[in-house]
Each structure stands twice: as structure tokens, then as C-alpha cells.
Design a binder for this molecule. Sequence first.
Ligand code: SF4
Length: 387
Amino acid sequence: MIVPLAIYLHIPFCRTKCTYCAFNTYTNMDSLIEPFVDALIHEIRIGGESKPGQAVGTIFFGGGTPSLLTPEQIERILAAISTYFDVMLDAEVSLEANPNDITQEYLSELRQKGINRLSLGMQSANSSELKLFARRHDNDQTARAVSAARAAGFDSLNLDLIYGVPHQTLSGWDWSLQQMLALQPDHVSLYALGLEDGTPMQEWVAKGRLPTPDEDLAADMYELATEKLAGAAYEQYEISNWSKPGHTCRHNLQYWRNLPYAGYGPGAHGYADGVRYSTVLSPQRYIKALENVSDPSVFPHTPATHEAVVVDRSAEISETLIMGLRLTQEGINRKTFVQRFGIDLVELHQEVIEKYVNYGLLHVDTEVVRITQQGRLLSNMIFRELV
Ligand code: SF4
């Protein structure tokens, strides 16, 4: 079976840095945006030329803040992908945006250029939490951005929220959920706040200026969200993701099914042809690496590749298990697993699987292995034992 490639594009620029964010993003680099777009197009060309005829099923502009690009820049990038890859007619083309960067006019242009799915970083409806995150928008701007997106013709819209935040209460979280549901997104992603090294949030907690997020309270928040979203007819399909029918994120499903994706842009990651790789982090080094390149590259490597690791069979099995068990409905199809690895998953991990089936954390039948409702909060423990 030929699997279409997913393409991730990392746009490494932000207006300001959010206090919890450890992504590879840079502020005050607007003058680099245009040379970066040229370099990205060059990297896409090199990637496509090293794999002629490669089908592409999804494209994802992530970041960073892709909505800092102009519609013309986005159009040029999409045109390059269509020139050097075989983009499927029904391709999902997503773009992440900050609620305060976008107008209906901007979004209408994006829609015309081929973006058909929008993901808005709502993060919270609570102004004190948005301030703590150093986000540049408020809740009214999120609501206006959603209306603008609908008016511009976006019929696939995601909203992100963060829970497990210092000082956040269950009722405050409930308020954010209610505000988010009132906006009727087609897809919802909920992320537990991670205290990433090097972020102000991590430093404030380490120095006692903010309380350590309470894990039990975060678990209650997750449970509350699960109930509310089910009550509003959202289907959970991944540990952190819910959708209305027909609105699952096909791009992210590619990751969770451990299928190939190419990552272009500074700090992007990719996994294709048995190689897991990343590109150089610095936008300046990225631009430089793609200047005056004449030698052909071997897919998925490009001149901007920083690190590449061959994934052996046992690593591929572990990664397929960990990613696949995140899919709460689909789980891991046993027949597909046998076709891919020549061995039955239940045979391979009989002891661990039996143990967690007995605890009620895993479900196994003749077709699938998947995590149960109770297993969702303990998934990391199960993953650790499976690798
Ligand atoms: S806008 Fe997104 S990528 Fe940029 S700093 Fe904030 S969280 Fe990070």
C-alpha cells in the first residue's frame, strides 16, 4: 500500500514569546521572514526532487506563528509543494494562527490560496491565565477570530486550550470549556501545561513564585473536559483530541499511526524512509544551509538536515505502539501490525498486555488493542512498560 506523505512546515517566528513555550521560535526577526520563505521553498524543492512523484495527503503550517506570513508567502509555499510533490485533490491543508493576528480579509485570502483547516491558539478564556501565559489576545478576540474564520469559509476549525495551570481552579477551567464550546469548534485539542526547561513558567515554579501545578486537580480537569465534550457530541479520538464527525486531524493521525512525514523549516522533525531527522534550529543557519546548493540530496535529507537517525525494527515497533495507543477509538489494528512487522502485538507483549487488561486499562479483542477510558490518565505508565 502506498502511503501519502504528510508535510509539516515550521514557521519559527512569533511576535512575543509565551511564558510556557519551549518551541523553536524567535521574536524580532521580521526581516528574516522573506529570506526564510525563499529558503523553505528551496528546501521543499530539494525534498520533492529527491522523491519524484511522491503523493502528499496533508500539509500543516505550524510554529511559531504561521499567521505572520502574508497570503502571498503562503501561496508561494503551497505552489512549491504542488510543483515538486503530487498533492492529492482532497489534501488537508492546516494553518495555526493566533486569534489577534487575523482578520476576515486575511482569512478569506488564505482560504482562496488553499488553506482548508484553521487551528486557533485560544489557550484559555480566563484573562488572568492569558496574562500569565503572556498571550497577546483576550477572549473577545478569540470569539471575533472564530466568527471571521467562519465568515471566510473555514468549515474545519480547531481550538486549543491549556489546563493544569498554576492558580487555575476547576470552576475557572469549566468557564474556559464553556466559552470554548459556545464557539462551536469542529475540533478541540486540550493540553496539560508542561513545565519546560528554560521557560519563564518553569523558572517561576522552581523559584516558588508560582505554585507547582496540582496533578490530581489536572486529572479532575481532564475528566471534566471529557464529560463536557461528550455531552456536546464531540468524539474523543486521541488522548488530547476531540472532534465532530468528519473533522479528525488527518495530519496528526499520520504521526499517531507512525506513518511518514517530512518536516521542513528550522527545527522541524521528519520521519520517512526509515529515518527520523531534524533540521537546524537557527533561522540564520537554516537560510545559509540552503544557499547555493547544487548537489542532489537523498530523501528525506536536505542540506538543512541537522541530525538523522536510522530507525531499526525494534524502535519502529516501540514508536508504533506508543503512538497508536494514543488513539483512543482506533487503537492499534492487530492485522495491520502483523502486516507491518510480521508478528502479533499481543504475542509480542503478552505479559504486559494481559496485566493491563486485568487492571481494566487496556482493551484487547481479535481486531484491536486500545487503551480504555480509565487507561487514558495512566497511559504514560503503560507506554513505559511497552518499550
Ligand atoms: S505563539 Fe505559540 S509558538 Fe509562539 S511563543 Fe506562543 S506558544 Fe510558542
